[in-house]
Design a protein around this ligand. Sequence first.
Ligand code: 7RM
Length: 633
Amino acid sequence: MSRYNIDSPEKYSQLYIESVNEPEVFWSELASNNFLWEAKWSKVLDWDFRKAKVSWFKDAKLNITINCLDRHVKNHPTKTAIIFEPNNPDEEYKSYSYSELLTEVCKMANVLKSMGVKKGDRVCIYLPMIPELAFSVLACARIGAIHSVVFAGFSSSALAARIVDCKSGIIITSDGSYRGKKILNLKKIVDEALEICKSDQKVLLVKRTNESVNINSKRDFLLEDLIVDVDNFCDAEIMDAEDPLFILYTSGSTGKPKGMVHTCAGYMVYTSFTFKNVFQYDDGDIYWCTADIGWITGHSYILYGPLSNGATTIMFEGVPSFPDYSRFWQVVEKFGVNQFYTAPTAIRALAKQGTSFLKNCDLSSLKVLGTVGEPINLEAWQWYNKYVGRSNCPIVDTWWQTETGGILISSIPKVIPDKPTFATKPFIGIQAILLDENGNELKEFNTVGKLCIQYPWPSIARTIWGDHKRYIDTYFSAFENKYFTGDGAFKDKDGNYRITGRVDDVIIVSGHNLGTAPIEDAINEHELVAESAIVGFPHQIKGNALYGFITLKQEHENIDDIKKEINLLISKKIGPIAKLDKIQMTNGLPKTRSGKIMRRILRNIASKEFDNLGDISTLLNPDVVKEIIDNSL
Ligand code: 7RM
């Protein structure tokens, strides 16, 4: 095993070279030596990017839960697998040892079986961040059902679209959910969704808030009723390496979500290997990723990555602001968290509150910090480093996608030095390349190109559920024989990558191609600016002009002066061509749950297409949209 611990720059270089020179040998040995297989593969890799075909470990047999649970139960049954920290700190936390977790997963698996769920069936999971969410996900994996987790904050129409798309015959949900001060009635949302679906589904209901809910006795089953009759053990279904493990929907630019399909073996191998090394997880460490399991980060780096390594992983039900903004740091102190992984949007929200909330919390257990989800701006990076990391913790800025399954570009503590705002180096086995408009390799430093990957890695998505053509068109058609990420990036002279954002965020002003990311970076350097988003709107002379939505750190009187200063900054950093025609101060920007700014909505507002905003129910903060419309210029 230690052969695969990346613990020095030399080791990284050695493994990287092996993984590129002889990928099949490399991954075959790694997979052989670190996982339990019922049968080994007949071929390591089969691929043809032109057809978007990738298969790893052909004919191998395994079950991912044997690797995540049974083998650790054998070696250390009482070790804590999951710590559940509830929304309200006054409620007792719960912890589950590997042995207890296996039992819970088996019981849930037997409940699903008793409801008729079989291998290959799709199970939609619409639950808050409670232990039953982890049990349900792993129970599906146990019996070979394909889980489709839908974030429990999505609207009934978003949920219905996802149920219909993959034809889930069953939805696991709860009566309600706690998030900060709010209680959300999930069962009601499921009822509405099933009304829209107009097909026969069963509902498995978990109790969390104990509020009264509507029960349809033909359709709804209470977990507490079914679970008393089932066995404590359930044999693991033996799966083919390439059988689907799960579907996870990610929003596409057109609005119709894409059901990304991940398969059993490759996904397990890659998430496990990256978790261990990117976070430098040592035996006994307490690891905490604040993401929701409804997001790929939660799948890969709350559940499968940590559990396959026998790690202790925290599941947090709450939000950073409840009961107050010290919540994260209280949890770090309470459990002695060693690795802490969160999103730039959370860091910015916390930084905005100042440092008083950190003052009385002991953060000395922290060894490694991580970020994911969007480019992190310098100011947020420095705040994270100084106040959370006490200038003593490497920060891994991990770049990856729902489609990639696991982290593709990141620094590695003590191995690849971090560099503020840079994701830095491709992970072992990742053959990244920057291309220009014509598909030629960009060789100059500090020039933005399109980020592509030239060779498969084990956890690349295999298809879009029910629409392989869309999979080919979206990722494999822009450049021949390459996976196109949709992101722009540049490299510094040392080969460190900096991701600049989605390449479709480009606006043509008077014939000049302007990327929104560098303009936003310039604006964010203004000391009063918390965050900003730039979009284009039609302009008679320039074709398009720039519209800036800007949130200040606190309210201010001389808004006109600030606007002038912002345009001066842009002129200085980028050029007068990039000056903003309109600047609107906002109390917040519309965001996805993972903190990505929804530019589609801002673009429509800037163009005064108010009736065409699309589904805003999936937003983190749908309320800001009305306010932005009311104040729009
Ligand atoms: C894990 C996740 C994927 C998109 C991706 C990027 C952006 C993610 C970073 C980042 C800069 C990062 N999956 N992104 N991580 N940009 N630096 N460290 O976020 O499917 O929800 O989003 O997110 O644009 O393509 S995702």
